[in-house]
Write a protein that binds this ligand. Sequence first.
Ligand code: SAH
Length: 186
Amino acid sequence: MIPDDEFITHKNVPGPTKEEIRCLVMCKSKVSSNDIVVDIGCGTGGLTLEFAKKSSLVYAVDKNLDALNTTEKNLKKHDLDKKVQIIHSDALEALKNIEAFDILMIGGSGGDLPLLIEESYQKLRKNGKIIVTSILLETPVEAVRTMQKLHMDIDVIDVSISKGRILERGTMMFAKNPITIVTGKK
Ligand code: SAH
């Protein structure tokens, strides 16, 4: 995994997804070298870069131009730009122009989540996965309900990570926001 502090960041762009969370997402995705990945809401590019290292092609989608510029800078910095196609668009619009894929990563959807999952399911290859990461309580519920309707195999984990900071008197643990990761397999 790329360390968090090796990413170029931008004040208007969330991310990168913390290293430990990226690690779990990659593990759940079971991505392989021939896979085509779509990263909806690429933000800083945290997950886009990790998927670019392990797959054949990544479509990085975001509606925020600052996010795409930041992702592009990070891709160049890590020499991964050749494997990624950047798309400046809303999630649903972007999907219309992509044929088929093996992994759909949803890191931001802005309210369209059930529709987004339903539309993308059609283009998801057999054994493909839809992964939703969320900081909001409602999002995983929506994701699970929609995936159930589609008869997907569902896995849900809630991740609470504390990181130690070495102080003079000892190591103090600082809690990070809990993140929920929902994975649906076709
Ligand atoms: N996984 C990223 C962080 C994602 S932050 C990383 O590791 O760096 C979520 C992103 O989703 C934001 O950049 C936001 O602009 C984008 N987003 C939210 N709703 C969207 C939508 N409907 N279409 C496209 N992008 C969207």
